[in-house]
Design a protein around this ligand. Structure first.
Ligand SMILES: Cc1cc2nc3c(=O)[nH]c(=O)nc-3n(C[C@H](O)[C@H](O)[C@H](O)COP(=O)(O)O)c2cc1C
Length: 254
């Protein structure tokens, strides 16, 4: 069982190694440098995409995401912010179009698909949401339902992820759990911190006073940078991807 899928993953790993070696040799030929120095010259900077699930473009969630961005950048990781924005995001209509055409895109053509394109090239993710009625915002919920249902498995496979939540007062851990569940469904290692990634406030100035919250985010960001470096080192050392299996769905009926 799962033979084909295992082979697919083995091939994926092999292809990555071949691509990396080819890049090293090509770079060495052009610059006349030793392959060792080329390891650094040819390296693509790893990138983490930060998603703001708040309608407030530069509000509290954004302030938290910027703390993460600054920390990642200090660690040599590039970042890009993606705003879910203010205009309504449709929920999943369960049309199954994405499953039928296996395009890795949602049939509703909007910024969900813009994000999926960006996500394919990203190395890690931070999804931020304000707490709305003790849960993640309606917009990020609709957005993530469609992103995670329509995406190809390799878009997120083994890419590290973390949720951050912003609230005035209550509902943080529920929203945090909610967002984290998408990662666990897609085999994404969840990056830990010293507390759950939450910040508090109604305005960005309030968040800046939440010193413990900001520290929690910085620790998570450094842990993410470390994980990314470990993953890169493992790929270079030829560590194989884990064996996997084809999906079995029993739906609790026979
Ligand atoms: C519709 C709505 C519902 C909210 N519900 C909660 C809530 O349940 N608990 C809470 O602490 N704050 C709640 N808030 C406040 C925001 O979560 C909080 O101010 C947050 O930090 C705002 O982040 P933002 O500036 O990124 O949007 C709510 C705000 C809105 C607009």
């Amino acid at each position: 069982m799962g033979k084909n899928t295992n082979m697919e993953h083995a091939d994926l790993g092999k292809r990555k190694l071949i691509k990396m070696s080819a890049g090293l040799l090509a770079g060495a030929a052009v610059l006349g440098a030793s392959p060792v120095s080329q390891v650094f010259a040819n390296e693509r900077k790893m990138k983490v995409v930060l998603v703001n699930g708040s309608p407030n473009e530069k509000g509290c969630t954004y302030t938290g995401l910027m703390e993460v961005a600054e920390t990642l950048q200090k660690e040599g990781i590039a970042t890009e912010i993606f705003q879910v924005g203010k205009s309504p995001v449709s929920g999943c209509t369960a049309c199954m179009g994405c499953r039928e055409n296996s395009s890795g895109r949602c049939v509703i053509s909007d910024r969900v698909n813009d994000f999926l394109e960006l996500a394919e090239k990203a190395d890690g993710f931070v999804f931020g949401t304000p707490v709305h009625f003790a849960a993640a915002s309606g917009a990020i919920t609709s957005f993530m339902d469609r992103v995670f249902y329509s995406s190809r498995s390799e878009t997120f496979y083994l890419k590290p992820a973390a949720a951050i939540v912003s609230a005035r007062r209550g509902g943080t851990t529920t929203a945090f759990d909610q967002i984290t569940k998408y990662f666990l469904y897609k085999e994404m290692p969840v990056i830990p911190s010293r507390y759950w990634n939450m910040i508090h406030g109604r305005k960005p100035e309030d968040v800046k006073q939440d010193l413990e919250g900001l520290q929690t985010l910085r620790i998570m960001a450094r842990n993410m940078a470390w994980f990314l470096r470990c993953k890169e080192a493992a790929a270079k050392a030829g560590v194989a991807l884990p064996q996997t299996e084809q999906r079995v769905q029993t739906n609790f009926i026979r």
